[in-house]
Design a protein around this ligand. Sequence first.
Ligand code: NAD
Ligand code: UDP
Length: 310
Amino acid sequence: MRVLVTGGAGFIGSHLCESLLQAGHEVLCLDNLFSGSMRNIYPFLSDRSFDFIRHDVVQPILLEVDQIYNLACPASPVHYQFNPVKTVKTNVMGTINMLGLAKRVRARILQASTSEVYGNPQVHPQSEDYWGNVNPIGSRSCYDEGKRVAETLMMDYHHQNQVDIRIARIFNTYGPRMSINDGRVVSNLIVQALRAEPLTLYGDGSQTRSFCYVSDLVRGVRELMDCEGAHHPINLGNPVEVSILSLAELVRQVTGTSSQICFEPLPPDDPERRRPDISAARKLLNWEPQVELKKGLQLTVEYFEDRLRK
Ligand code: NAD
Ligand code: UDP
């Protein structure tokens, strides 16, 4: 198949491109390189089944493809808050453009949605039928509400135009190819530990997240795309929940750093806890994460050690 991956030069997108190439597909990687990097896709440029297009999804584009994975959107709060209006445009206009393309060429389209649609959840763990608790006017809203509108658009194009859609609600994912200055917690803590700098913990570190290693996530996303008839959102994430303080302790253990922890103010609207209910993915896709947090952190530390040496 000919597969379009928007945001394909980013962290998750580059792993998805790699997985699709390995499965024998032709891959069109589209990216404006805002938070992604050519470094992530250099190894694929010599592959005749791989093409890169520098393009912004906010602008329409016509391509002949069979499947579209719409991942284009900065995912780190630092990046998506840099230009919030652009983040909304990417999620709304970008998704309309990709849905318009899917409709025109009759391609199946998967939207990378997020656990952020649940906001600061009052239901725990979060299952797909929970509508969420999102601040519509806060510093995270451009991303959270942008992704919620993207889901609305997916459902409406499906009902109104019979577009064959998939929606993956992705929970915190980490691994090699996150950028050094990504700003999310796993890359921040590892880079700080390897540089023997203090580990920055926002708040008291009691807030929780559930971290999924990127290979598990990419497998889930691909299985969702290839599964028949899943026209509703599906959670994809690792259900093992940890506090950010215990994550920092694990990073100290895995890196062997002597860095101390320093506490900084908690950003506004930072969700207190987050854990996916993945019963739907288990049932529908027979999918389950396999990589334990400690193992995934070791693999990620190896990547950053290499990056920091260069
Ligand atoms: P990332 O920032 O590494 O990748 C996003 C990619 O999209 C980058 O390469 C960036 O340059 C590109 N991009 C941004 N705006 C664009 C635009 N207007 N036009 C074209 N390209 C654009 O982030 P990631 O972690 O790889 O996330 C990928 C997708 O998965 C995003 O849609 C994100 O919202 C979603 N997601 C990620 C996580 C996670 O924990 N990593 C969790 C939930 C959802
Ligand atoms: N966080 C932290 N130190 C950092 C970066 C993030 O303590 O250097 C916290 C952040 O406040 C949040 C959690 O770690 O509570 C996860 O943050 P991230 O930005 O990775 O993801 P998100 O908040 O979008 O889930």
